[in-house]
Design a protein around this ligand. Structure first.
Ligand SMILES: [Zn+2]
Length: 309
């Protein structure tokens, strides 16, 4: 284990003896053998704004007896993200870094809770800067300025999308592997693109655009529950799928929607057809990935999800 990691393991219902052991273990963290068994592996080790890292936790001591429970939660920048147990005491999950996160040293915390076990592992992480491309466009005033009524609609759409992106489904429904929403994906506009309309900065691209002809089947990236089907002014027919544990995907500008809110779907389910609804210049799929409400690069997410721990 990294020497800089701080680990404190304390039994949940301390007797006098266990309390003494706990105090000794706090005092001699570096030589505490059972506590040292928790391993935190972040892949890759460097974090970047807008990107995602795969995190793996190995904590056999959290689940000493078969059938006992053990939960692991990741805490980062005031966000709490549950991790998925893939084998007894072994967890996988995603560490999202917000696009506006400042470079520098930060800390993650992993909270482990078993039947008779509580532990917190604190680990430093380095956030390195990442430069995103700029795009300067000259557009007609009509495209930029919205009437009061339209603006109200856009704000209401954004509120609804923000709400579902926080994730409502506590249970983790996703499982490996994850799939791209279209076959042979071609990116036409990347995530994080810093857009300027007539010289004025707009919000950076919150998802990525994939080439898709009108009518192209759009597939769900993984198992989940449909939590939003909405005709939005800017993003047209928009579908949100909650994959559980804070992971949510968005699919926009659809010409046809095949699913309804509350519907449970599996990886690869055709949720609708690509189109050009909303304020767009041509058919394509706008695809968004959000973890605990943080929008991240879908391409970076797919790279993290396909890493072998
Ligand atoms: Zn887009």
């Amino acid at each position: 284990m990294d020497k800089r990691e701080l680990l404190i393991g304390v039994p949940r219902v301390p007797t006098v003896l266990t309390l003494i052991i706990a105090l000794i273990s706090i005092a001699v963290t570096a030589s505490c053998s059972w506590a040292q068994e928790t391993k935190v592996n972040i892949m890759p080790e460097t974090l970047q704004p807008g990107q995602v890292n795969l995190i793996e936790i190995n904590s056999p001591q959290c689940r000493m007896k078969p059938g006992e429970f053990c939960n692991a939660t990741l805490s980062f920048q005031h966000h709490s993200i549950p991790l998925k147990e893939i084998a007894p005491g072994r967890f996988l999950g995603f560490l999202p870094v917000a696009l506006n996160e400042r470079p520098g040293v930060s800390y993650i915390e992993v909270h482990l809770a078993g039947a008779d076990y509580r532990s917190v592992v604190r680990k430093p992480v380095v956030i390195k800067p990442k430069k995103y491309r700029e795009q300067h466009l000259k557009v007609s005033k009509k495209m930029v300025d919205l009437s009061k009524k339209r603006l109200e609609q856009v704000l209401s759409d954004q509120k609804a999308v923000r709400q579902v992106c926080k994730g409502r489904i506590k249970d983790i429904l996703w499982e490996s592997p994850f799939i791209w929403p279209v076959d042979d994906p071609v990116i036409t506009s990347p995530f994080g693109l810093r857009r300027f309309f007539n010289g004025k900065p707009r919000s950076p691209h919150s998802g990525l655009d994939l080439k898709a002809r009108e009518g192209t089947p759009i597939k769900s990236m993984n198992n989940g529950i449909v939590t939003l089907v909405r005709d939005c002014y800017l993003s047209g027919n928009t579908v949100a799928i909650d994959h559980g544990g804070g992971l949510v995907t968005l699919y926009a500008h659809l010409s046809k929607v095949n699913v309804t809110e509350g519907e449970k779907i599996n990886t690869g389910a055709i949720i609708g057809l690509a189109g050009s609804t909303g304020r767009v210049t041509g058919p394509h799929l706008h695809w968004g990935v959000s973890i605990a409400g943080i929008r991240v690069d879908p391409k970076g997410f797919m790279a993290a999800a396909s890493r072998k721990p």
